[in-house]
Ligand binder design. Structure first.
Ligand code: B4P
Length: 188
């Protein structure tokens, strides 16, 4: 299965990605996690990404696309993969199409996790208390939600036009959301 996960920050992408990947035996590839690991390790990639992440902005496409292309060239993606947080704008979606063409592969499904604004904001503020992520402050969350509406919502619309989009309600307990996702994926 080749799957893309989209949804606003705080909808539960990272949380559900781990569970879906485990259930279907495919690697979860989170661009946010890869960037955070590079920031922590103070690599060149991390240095390029950090200021954008801390401001709630997308890391430039040339950096992100090259990173995903490298990751999709690895052997473990042969049985399939789950992309969590990529593509995040129409340019990245076009680039992913090109990567898949080179791999002679197609996407099976794009899963959109939805949740209302108050709920996602509350979740991220709660995470800020626990993890202290630099981009989980109120101002930066507002910016991330704006970027989602302007840049990422059109990606979901693009996949809807191609008949690939499946929407799942991300409100409620984590287990309930996982059950909804599994039901929706197994029905395809
Ligand atoms: P991401 O790491 O993708 O962060 P996110 O959108 O906030 O989602 P995340 O997966 O962390 O949160 P989740 O909803 O699972 O991106 C961070 C930054 O990296 C971006 O702003 C950008 O700068 C950069 N970046 C990443 N990808 C990029 C790309 N393709 N192009 C350019 N830049 C890119 O969970 C949030 C919280 O909610 C957690 O604490 C979780 O425990 C909680 N939660 C989840 N489900 C819940 C539920 N059902 N009930 C209660 N709480 C729940």
């Amino acid at each position: 299965m080749r799957l893309v996960l989209v949804g606003p920050p705080g909808a539960g992408k990272g949380t559900q990605a781990v569970r879906i990947a485990e259930r279907y035996g495919i690697p979860a590839i989170s661009t946010g996690d890869i960037f955070r690991a590079n920031v922590k390790g103070e690599t060149e990639l991390g240095k390029k990404a950090q200021e954008f992440m801390n401001a709630g902005l997308l890391v430039p496409d040339e950096v992100t696309n090259a990173m995903v292309r490298d990751r999709l060239a690895q052997d473990d993606v042969a049985p399939g993969f789950l992309l969590d947080g990529y593509p995040r704008n129409p340019g990245q979606a076009a680039e992913l199409e090109a990567m898949l063409e080179d791999l002679e592969a197609t996407l099976d499904v794009v899963l959109e996790i939805t949740a209302d604004l108050d709920e996602v904001t509350a979740r991220l503020l709660k995470r800020a208390e626990i993890e202290g992520r630099a981009d989980d402050t109120e101002d930066v969350i507002r910016e991330r939600l704006k970027v989602y509406e302007e840049s990422t919502a059109p990606v979901a619309a693009f996949y809807a036009e191609h008949g690939l989009l499946v929407k799942v309600d991300g409100m409620g307990a984590v287990d309930e959301v996982t059950d909804r996702i599994v039901t929706a994926l197994d029905a395809r």
